[in-house]
Write a protein that binds this ligand. Structure first.
Ligand code: AVI
Length: 323
C-alpha cells in the first residue's frame, strides 16, 4: 500500500477545509434575506471560457477600449513608470495584457499572480520562450483578501499592474482597502498601473452586461452549475433568468439571477424557497468618474497620477506612485 506523507495529509486536510469553508459561505449567501453569491463562483472551467468570450463581444467594450489605450499610450506609460521595474501582474490570467507592454516597459522581472497556479505555470512556460531575457516568477494566490509577495522578488521599483476594471468588482470601501494593501506591498518607491471603467449612458452599460448572444447570461447562469457541484444543491439553471441593471445611485452594474417561477432549492443540510421573481445578487461592477477614481487612489496612498482615456472617454488607465 502506498504511504501518504504528512505533507500530503496536511494538504488534503487544508483542501477539504477549504471546500468546507466554501460550502459554509455559499449556504450563508443563499440563506441571506437578500440571497447572494460571490462573483468568484463564475470562474469554473466553463465560466473562465465564457468570460473570455465576453471579452470578445461587441457590446463588452471594456477589453477592446482598454487595449486601444495601451496601444496608443504604452510609450507614455513607460515614460511615467520607467523601465526595469519588477512588474507584478494581479489577476494575470493568460498574461496577454502585460506581455503586450513588455516591449515598452522592459521589466527586470515579471511576477504574474493568479488564483490558479497550474494554469499560470503553463502560460508562463510559453511566455518565457518568447521573452527569454525577462525572469518570471508565477505566484498562485487569492489576493483579494490577503496579500503576501514571495521571497524571490528582485530588488528595485515595484510596478503593480491591475487592468480590466477588476477593481470595479469590489465595493468602494473594499477597493480602498485592497489598494491600501497594494500600497503597503509596493513600498516607498512603488507604483500602480490600473484600468477602470467609467460611468456612462445606462443603455451602453446594460448592453455590455446583457449582450444579444446571451453569453453574459450563460456566464451568470453557469454559476448555478458551479454551486451545484460545490454545495450539492439542485439548482435548475433553466428556471432562472439573467438580469443586469445599472444602479445609478450606487454607480454600479448589478447582475442578478431571477427565479422564473417559485422553486425550492435543496442542498445537504439546508434549503431555501424562492418566490417567482425573487433574485440572487451575483455581481456588482462599479463605474467611476475620473475625479472619483483619483480620489480613491489618493485615499489609498497613491498620488501624482497620470491618466489616459479613449476618444469616447469610456475607459480610464492611470499610473500613480506611492505617496
Ligand atoms: C472581471 N470583471 C472586471 C468583469 C466586469 O466587467 O465586471 C466581470 C464581468 N461580469 C460580467 N461581464 C463581465
Amino acid at each position: 500500500m502506498a504511504r501518504i506523507s504528512e505533507k500530503t495529509k496536511q494538504t488534503s486536510r487544508e483542501f477539504s477545509a477549504g471546500a468546507e469553508d466554501a460550502r459554509a459561505e455559499l449556504a450563508a449567501g443563499l440563506l441571506a434575506v437578500q440571497a447572494r453569491l460571490s462573483p468568484k463562483y463564475f470562474y469554473n472551467g466553463l465560466g473562465s471560457k465564457l468570460f473570455e468570450a465576453i471579452c470578445a463581444l461587441d457590446e463588452y467594450y471594456l477589453t477592446r477600449v482598454e487595449a486601444g489605450i495601451f496601444a496608443e499610450f504604452g510609450a507614455e506609460m513607460a515614460a511615467a513608470a520607467g523601465t526595469g521595474t519588477v512588474l507584478v501582474d494581479l489577476g494575470a490570467g493568460n498574461c496577454a495584457k502585460a506581455a503586450g507592454l513588455f516591449g515598452v516597459l522592459q521589466p527586470q522581472q515579471y511576477v504574474p499572480v493568479d488564483i490558479s497556479l497550474g494554469f499560470l505555470q503553463e502560460t508562463v512556460a510559453a511566455l518565457q520562450t518568447a521573452f527569454p531575457r525577462i525572469p518570471m516568477l508565477p505566484v498562485g494566490m487569492d489576493f483579494a483578501n490577503s496579500f503576501a509577495l514571495p521571497a524571490g522578488l528582485r530588488r528595485g521599483k515595484r510596478l503593480f499592474f491591475y487592468p480590466g476594471s477588476s477593481l470595479g468588482n469590489f465595493t468602494p470601501l473594499q477597493a480602498a482597502q485592497f489598494l491600501g494593501r497594494i500600497r503597503h506591498a509596493a513600498g516607498e518607491d512603488g507604483a500602480i498601473l490600473i484600468g477602470i471603467d467609467l460611468v456612462k449612458d445606462a443603455g451602453v452599460l446594460e448592453a455590455a452586461y446583457d449582450d444579444a448572444l446571451g453569453v453574459t447570461a450563460a456566464f451568470n447562469l453557469n454559476a448555478l452549475r458551479h454551486v451545484n457541484a460545490l454545495l450539492g444543491s439542485d439548482f435548475v439553471p433553466r428556471a432562472w433568468r439573467h438580469v443586469a441593471i445599472f444602479n445609478r445611485e450606487q454607480s454600479r452594474i448589478e447582475m442578478h439571477l431571477e427565479a422564473r417561477m417559485a422553486a425550492t432549492v435543496r442542498w445537504p443540510g439546508g434549503e431555501r424557497r424562492f418566490a417567482a421573481g425573487e433574485r440572487i445578487h451575483t455581481e456588482n461592477s462599479y463605474k467611476y468618474t475620473q475625479r472619483g477614481f483619483l480620489e480613491l487612489l489618493e485615499t489609498s496612498g497613491f498620488g501624482e497620477a497620470v491618466c489616459w482615456t479613449d476618444s469616447g472617454e469610456k475607459f480610464l488607465v492611470c499610473y500613480a506612485r506611492a505617496i
